[in-house]
Design a protein around this ligand. Sequence first.
Ligand code: 13P
Length: 337
Amino acid sequence: MTISDIARRLVHPGKGIMAADRPAPAFNELLAAGGSTVDEHSYRNWSQLLFSAPGLNEYVSGIIMTDEQVRMRDSQGDPLLEQVLAEGIIPGISPFRGLVKLAGSADETVGSGLDGLRERLAEYAEMGVGFTKWRAAFQIGTGTPSDYAIAANAYVMAQVAALSQEAGIVPIVEPEVMLWGDHTIETCFAITERVLARTFEALYLHRVELEGTLVKASMVLSGDECPVQADVDTVAEQTVKVFRRQIPAAIPGIVFLSGGQSDWHATAHLNAMNAQYDLPWALSFSYARALQRVPMALWSNRAENVPAAQAALHHRAKMNGLAAVGLWTDALENAAA
Ligand code: 13P
């Protein structure tokens, strides 16, 4: 399969991506914060629950995993990666080793993990991994994001994209403009536009093949502490507007991160864009929290809760799969409740 075939399969109509790449320490912290007991098998059990959820492949085309997860074996000793591949789901990797302080900036960040990446990507490709995901995080504040941070992150994302394609792997480039703050939706629009423009300039410079690239984007939203919250139709309109300006039609698809939005908002916003606009790219999801929040609370690290948690995951995947083709309605949520 060529990289553009893989990219198109990832955004097959009605399907999206599940982001499961929270590393073990962050996962255990979240589990403990939810009041559950953490044991040596928690991370494996959770990964197994997610990857083996019955019927997940109806709505999920790909799963973003950590290095630990692509090498993980289930409780029977079987490799999880093989099971994901057998379900026809494309495994992806986050080769990223966390955000570090960008030298010379006032607390802005850049992704780390470029060292040895070419060799690591060759190994992942050998294992059957089809795509990478690399994140840049931009906090809106006084004077931030700076042009420096935007340019530095754009270069790193573009280098990772070029290296991924060299290995025959589709890069998912994730420039996230974060939700946190009291900024207006107009400010979010302006920052998102600047970030996307610089990101595509860097991709061009790095000779990245856009037909074999996906973008993982944040939506254009009011800051979570902004007193005026834009409604669903406005978010859809502004998000589509900025993408039309800055994302070339050669990109097969844009998959959203949920970024701290409620499950309902993440689904409703995606649905509104697909239902109301005729777009040159597929618009789908690549959610972590908006898919896993409810399942995780239901599971609370107890084996007897696995079927209920998997059913809840299937339900959220289905709602977002419908939103990816503009066919979700609130009534479908209520019908299931
Ligand atoms: P959220 O959907 O929770 O924002 O996570 C997406 C993500 O980037 C994880 O890979």
